[in-house]
Write a new protein. Sequence first.
Length: 370
Amino acid sequence: MKVKYELLKKEKNTMGRNGILHTNHGSFKTPMFMPVGTLANVKTLTPEELYEMNSGIILSNTYHLWLRPGADIVNKAGGLHKFMNYKGPILTDSGGFQVFSLAKRKDITEEGVKFKSHIDGSDLFLTPEKSIEVQNKLDSDIAMSFDECIGYPADYEYAKMSTERTLRWAKRGKDVHNNENQSLFGIVQGGEYEDLRKFSALETSKLGFDGYSIGGTSVGEGKDVMYKMIEYATPYLPEDKVRYLMGVGDPIDIIEGVIRGIDIFDCVLPTRLARHGNAFTHNGKINLRNSKFKEDFTSVEHNCDCYTCKNYTKAYIRHLLASNEILAGRLLSIHNIRFLIKLTEDLREAIDNDNLLEYRDTFIKNYQKN
RNA sequence: GCGGUAUUGGUGAAGUGGUUAACACGCUGGAUUGUGGCUCCAGUAUGCAAGGGUUCGAUCCCCUUAUAUCGCC
């Protein structure tokens, strides 16, 4: 079956909304933060650890798995869920962003994108059809349309041309997608331009996808611009479909996104920050490598319910970081992901209570105190 | 006891008679938003064992002392 979005509650003062997304691998409440597991694993974590932190869905990547181990191998394993032993819902990114972020030399044409493998430098050619074919074989619950993610700032003429082409790519992908058990999402582009975002949202919606995402954000623009990008699009997306803001995971950005009607977020931030020694807390981000934690025998965050905070101290994690021990990245990944998922839980409660704006103001006041 | 060699920051060390003493590690901060997992950026020796001398000028030349190390008696 296709995913089904069930709208439960609209917040009174904002575009925030609570809902449930039903998938073939279970349902989860939205808003929700989606941890990133590019190479068929959320770095350093097991599926059991993800279940324990109430993770609703994870993201994996078409481009990376296409190159290694290859879509056929994942397919032979019985699909991505069986291959990686993850029982919850999985969304696969289309590879569009990797063209933007990994390829140094790329040649984008109407047909598709020619670029070099980041693994061995060999020539690759990715098209909307190919991306869908690979995602079909991976057998994720949600496949993403193949899009072009443009940078910031973007020349208006280029942004317009690219946005229209992404729309044509979306249609091409949809035309070849024929997996009844896999949903397909469209992606809104349009750079920083209001008319292009509106156009993209409206035209992508007309194609009739199972859900919609907003792409092309956090590519170098400031926060104000990013929030505008969201505002330009969400009013034109169908209310009965889930909305996913791609690549955004800063706590404040998640809150601002929810206020503007976003349901799902994904981001590498919690796991990357963890591996580099940083932890989210309600009083701001902290760097556990800092010498002031040398003798701090308290947990990362006082009232946190995560496994890490229930069992370990800052001094110990700092020691692990200084010693380059893998466990540090694991413990902080657990904390950071749990922090963001707990944040979405709190946001759902705020939506239920119609006090989302107050929640935001209090959160920001504490978060930016230092 | 005699002779040789060495002594540069927290560590391993480069280096030159003349503006800010290389580099690496460590240390101290910072960065990180649809993930190329030991990343990137910045800071970190008012001083070259100590004292004296030569010189316009010495970490670099000379002397003394200390310490380390090698060889000989």
